[in-house]
Design a binder for this molecule. Sequence first.
Ligand code: KIV
Ligand code: ZN
Length: 514
Amino acid sequence: MRKIDIFDTTLRDGEQSAGVNLNTIEKIEIAKQLEKLGVDIIEAGFPAASRGDLESVKKIANIIKNCSVTGLARANQKDIDAAWEALKDSESPRIHIFLATSQIHMQYKLKMTPDEVIERAVSAVKYAKDRFTHIQWSAEDAFRSDRVFLAKIVTEVIKAGATVINLPDTVGYSSPHEYGELFKYIKDNVPNVDRVKLSAHTHDDLGMATANTLAAIENGADQIEGTINGIGERAGNSAIEETAVALHIRQDFYQAQTQLKLNEFKRTSNLVSKLTGMPVPGNKAIIGANAFAHESGIHQDGVLKEKSTYEIITPELIGVNSNNLVIGKHSGRHAFKNKALELGFELDDAKLKEVFVVFKDLADKKKEVTDEDLFALLTDKQTEAADVPKYELKSIQVQYGTENIPTATISVILPNGVHIDEAATGSGSVEAIYNTLEKIVAEPVKLLDYKLHSVGGGRDALADVYVKITCRDRESSGRGTAQDVLEASARAYLNAVNRLLFYESQALKQKVSS
Ligand code: KIV
Ligand code: ZN
């Protein structure tokens, strides 16, 4: 059985998804979950992109101990230095350097000749070699590159010290057969290829990312890259859960395995979905809500008689637990703590005290508090920035009638501790709320996106709202969960403003310390 390394880029390529904007606390929470899942490598960000990115990568590299942490760099000294600053204290420092090799990219984007590209790649790898133990080099747009040139540059960067060679299908153009052939070609035409691992990195523009990744494995890739839920640039990256479960279920065919704990997939997927504000479609392979639902009578009949008639994956395999112990308003602190632990949250005494109050409040309103409710509540609390002045919602009242002008009256505690009440109207209830909050925040906040979905099913399901705003030329996103849609809307808005304040306070701290 071959072992396939899993390189997770949820926090780098995934974070490049339109509208996704994670802060350091959220990135750390995801990184810890990826460590639990058992990925081999976490690409934590692009340190040269901003001071904030560098600091996040550094924090993750210092916290995560059971997998290797890496950061992306362009092929220049400034980027490599930034990556070194972020990663030098990690267990065995690893860098990911990329440079485009296709004619289109070299001519129009880089404006460099092929020889100049080889020289740049080789000198970047040599420069990195003095610092890093592991050097991954990526030929951006490898699939659309001239094969002879690709083999030549790969040979040279291996001579310079690269330890992993990644051959991305950057624009998701390849078919599985062709992508497999690319790996075979490089194996057959790069004389020093046995000194490195080959890695596959695919995008889903034509819906073939997972099939392409699997084809690369069949043709010699030892490492595959992807993201949780397949999030990423444009149509996204290949979804790690799809490749890993395919390898597991079809071990007979692929003869390859990963070291992932597959039963951590559901939690990882939920966490990434919640923190990025990107819902997972119901019909998404492996982790979609309908992935194990049998709707038609014929299928139901078959599954009742013998599960394997229509079920090739069990829900338990990926961590969907059907025997949930439900807790409610009579549950005590001990049961709550155990439940939180079961859901993957370790609460210290202070946090337990704080979250237990919120839980009791929810349990008073809802008959049964489900795992999904608790997961939403605990994730929000776990990723809340502490010790940062913030806007806090005290109360909200909305008047709506088909014959009236919707009016919101809201009470908020300002970051300086002052209590303020405001009211405003709008053409709908949510607009009335946002007009009121805009008066309170006293900043020109522009709403760019608003998404609402329910946490689980049932009439008393919680509402989860995700918003994206701009304020003072900066984008921020926020989430709010409440039993009522309007309260969740107000909470999401204030959360987005608070995240902006948090970002600004962090940026200020960094400026002062540098
Ligand atoms: O898709 C791509 O080519 C990339 C590289 C930076 C590896 O993400
Ligand atoms: Zn990519």
